[in-house]
Design a protein around this ligand. Structure first.
Ligand code: GCU
Length: 422
């Protein structure tokens, strides 16, 4: 008897958790999205100027205050140092550089940008740039990449720093260095743990403490979580790109898979120096509409990853309709710049349809800015990319991942939007 009771008690929360996740399109609740072209006071936005001067800053502020958190301005004392340079990388096809960005004056905190640039170039090149999960050395089986200091959640009394945790080249299927180089693009990446390790430690071990006011021990409710800190780090890399004459800083596409896809969208929203954004399987808190509550929900993401968003975002767990924004407005913040949203059909946790709909509902803003957004309202068939407008979209067959099919589409899209300019 006792055993049965215990069993039921154990099962109850599991059942509750399972119930929460909806994968049934017919059970998506009806919802009303905030209109990106209506000001919070009800005024309609009818001109480019009103969008740029009033509505865009308003939406940006809402996202900062309620979703990702406000990040500090760039430090004045930021310093760069080229740590290595080799012109004969990738079978002599590329130049590999490693650049340290010191995020504090005393040089205690640095992130290292790994950069590959095509040797076959006539001037500064366009660049794909994004975070990596496991260390710079995992993106390519190149013996000379400096191994990142991998920082992970300490387990079983173990250390946060785990040397040689990931093999050289372990993530290379996600990083088609040769393909990009052959197509005339540079590739740059930063290990996200250099900026803020991806676990909840009360914001002690990343860059947050460098910016605390006297007596402050954690970010305020409207201040940056980890995603905003990563975005901030990507902007500091952009500070460097602007100084590198081999890189065309006006043609940098910020990209990311999954949590890094969320980050890429937020980075492009905050920092208009990024010419293009690519979100791959970014899901909840990325391109997927929160109000659909399909797959991962705000409640789920806040409980699984309490450090990703600002504290204020927690108010919207199981309370999505109260959110002053939804994710189509995040896409709209990138307008008129090109943005590519990629989904995978079996990645239901990330809600492919919700990712698509963000593009649909951001389109009015693109059109106000006199460019095409997403020219279709029905989801394209699997493996049929749509790239006629400034919002591109595909849903690939298969599961949560970033693979060469995805990359081929990103490159085609970049060829349309970045290449003509060089
Ligand atoms: C988890 C998380 C997602 C995230 C993904 C990833 O699945 O719930 O929100 O996108 O990890 O980053 O791989």
């Amino acid at each position: 008897m006792k055993k049965t009771l215990l069993y039921l008690l154990l099962l109850f929360p599991i059942a509750l958790l399972a119930q929460e996740i909806n994968y049934d399109e017919t059970k998506v609740p009806s919802y009303t999205l905030p209109n990106p072209l209506i000001m919070e006071d009800g005024t309609k936005v009818t001109s480019k100027q009103e969008w740029i001067e009033k509505r865009r800053p308003e939406i940006l502020d809402l996202f900062e205050t309620h979703v990702y958190g406000k990040a500090p301005a760039s430090p004045k004392d930021i310093q760069f140092e080229v740590l290595s340079e080799n012109r004969y990388a990738i079978n002599n096809m590329a130049t590999r550089k490693e650049v340290a960005v010191y995020l504090s004056e005393d040089k205690t905190h640095k992130m290292t940008i790994l950069i590959y640039l095509p040797n076959k170039r006539t001037g500064a090149v366009p660049l794909f740039f994004g975070l990596n999960f496991k260390g710079n050395h995992t993106i390519c089986d190149d013996a000379e990449i400096t191994e990142s200091i991998t920082r992970m959640k300490p387990r079983d009394g173990g250390d946060e720093i785990r040397p040689h945790a990931f093999k050289r080249g372990a993530a290379s299927s996600r990083w088609p260095v040769e393909m990009l180089i052959a197509k005339g693009y540079g590739l740059a990446t930063v290990y996200r743990g250099d900026i803020d390790p991806d676990y909840d430690d009360g914001f002690q071990n990343g860059i947050h403490p460098l910016f605390y006011n006297e007596g402050q021990t954690k970010p305020r409710p409207d201040e940056w979580g980890t995603l905003a800190a990563w975005a901030w780090g990507l902007s500091r890399a952009m500070d460097y790109f602007e100084t590198d004459e081999d890189i065309d800083a006006g043609k940098v596409a910020v990209f990311g898979h999954s949590r890094h896809g969320k980050t890429a969208l937020w980075t492009a929203a905050v920092d208009t120096r990024f010419a293009m954004a690519v979100s791959n399987d970014s899901g909840c808190g990325g391109a997927a509409l929160s109000r659909r509550r399909y797959g991962e929900t705000v409640g789920k993401i806040n409980s699984l990853f309490p450090h990703w968003f600002c504290e204020n975002f927690k108010q919207y767990s199981n309370n999505e309709d109260a959110l002053p924004v939804d994710q189509h407005q995040l896409v709209a913040l990138i307008a008129p710049r090109p943005v590519y949203i990629a989904s995978a059909i079996d990645d239901r946790w990330a809600d492919p349809k919700g990712e698509f709909l963000s593009g649909v509902h951001a389109t009015a803003v693109y059109e106000l800015l006199e460019v095409a957004g997403l020219p279709v309202e029905e989801m394209p068939a699997v493996d049929q990319p749509e790239m006629r407008g400034n919002i591109g979209y595909h849903v690939r067959s298969g599961d949560h991942d970033i693979n060469s099919y995805d990359w081929e589409q990103f490159i085609k899209f970049a060829d349309i939007h970045l290449k003509d300019k060089y």
